[in-house]
Ligand binder design. Structure first.
Ligand code: 13P
Length: 340
């Protein structure tokens, strides 16, 4: 598809301070989330939970795209409308996670490479027919003693670019997600160094493989301290280092940067996004959050149909708070405010 049409889709997803809901938890990951609220992970419970999210009145004011999992793309809402159709009718672009997960990288203990390229062209054709207009592929880079290796960064960048080229060929906007994990005890400076190396390699490969930068979105981690680091960077430090890194490595032609939350709490993810947007850059700087948009909604719902409205309120609140952060006009007191 022409890069111009891909560009129009990408821009519509992040228009008007909107972001993305990552609801593409694989069957294994959603089980972990359901375990935390003691709900059994059956196909029907997964459908009911996604139904709660996607039928939330008004969420489309803050969310321009939803990433679905293969199973979810094929499921329908309570009234029988297929989820992609339901979302599209609200002006929310349906997306699809297409990688098949991160697996151990041979010869590199502790490092991973994302799989899913085999047969991907045919899968993209089917996903397009089912209504997907954007897609996601997540690469995982782990910080540790002597890692990440150049090999790990290189193979992941290569796979991201191969995926992105196939996605664009199918008329589907790729979301290129190279995630530097925040689970270790590294400093923020080390995260800056690894994120810089990773982004350099990713854009090098995207260029080499002819991916149209104007027809993609980038989904990166923020430059942030590892969870176990005794000194935690402040949100203004995170904002400064994140923008410094992205200004150096991400071409201005990319139509949007949508951060992952990566294990930050809901309010942390909003605070940091707001700080980033108070500085700003040449691209829309928005969110593509999974946990940071869903944690309190899951807790409110707990699998009980009587709590659907409470779950929807919690989700809508987070979506609204993050859209305010994209505008750079969020403040902590809004968290207490009664929803309008
Ligand atoms: P988190 O925001 O929970 O990190 O999830 C985003 C995502 O899609 C990871 O691939």
């Amino acid at each position: 598809m022409a890069a111009q049409e891909l560009n129009a889709i990408a821009r519509s997803i992040v228009a008007d301070h909107k972001g993305i809901l990552a609801a593409d938890e694989s069957t294994g990951t959603i089980k972990k989330r359901f375990d935390s609220i003691e709900v059994e992970s059956t196909e029907e419970n997964r459908r009911a939970y996604r139904n709660l999210l996607f039928t939330t009145p008004g969420f489309e004011d803050y969310v321009g795209g939803v990433i679905l999992y293969d199973e979810t793309l094929r499921q329908a809402s309570d009234d029988g409308t297929q989820f992609p159709e339901l979302l599209a009718a609200k002006g929310v672009v349906p997306g699809i996670k297409v990688d098949t997960g991160a697996h151990e990288l041979a010869g590199h203990p502790g490092e991973k490479v994302t799989e899913g390229l085999d047969g991907l062209r045919a899968r993209f054709e089917e996903y397009h027919a089912l209504g997907a207009r954007f897609s996601k592929w997540r690469a995982v880079i782990t910080i540790g003693d002597g890692i990440p290796s150049d090999a790990c960064i290189h193979v992941n960048a290569h796979a991201l670019a191969r995926y992105a080229a196939l996605s664009q060929e199918a008329g589907i906007v790729p979301i290129v997600e190279p995630e530097v994990l925040m689970d270790a005890d590294n400093t923020v400076e080390r995260c800056l160094e690894v994120t810089s190396r990773t982004l350099r390699a990713v854009f090098d490969e995207l260029d080499r493989q002819g991916v149209a930068l104007e027809g993609m979105l980038l989904k990166p981690n923020m430059v942030i301290s590892g969870k176990g680091c005794p000194t935690q960077a402040s949100s203004s430090q995170i904002a400064e280092l994140t923008l410094d890194c992205f200004l150096r490595h991400v071409p201005a032609m990319v139509p949007g940067i949508v951060f992952l939350s990566g294990g930050q709490s809901e309010v942390e993810a909003t605070t940091n996004l707001d700080a980033i947007n108070r500085i700003g850059g040449p691209w829309p700087l928005s969110f593509s959050y999974g946990r940071a948009l869903q944690a309190s909604a899951l807790q409110a719902w707990k699998g009980d149909p009587a709590n659907v409205e409470a779950g929807q309120e919690a989700f809508l609140h987070r979506a609204r708070m993050n859209a305010r952060a994209v505008a750079g006009d969020w403040s902590a007191d809004l968290e207490q405010a009664v929803p309008a």
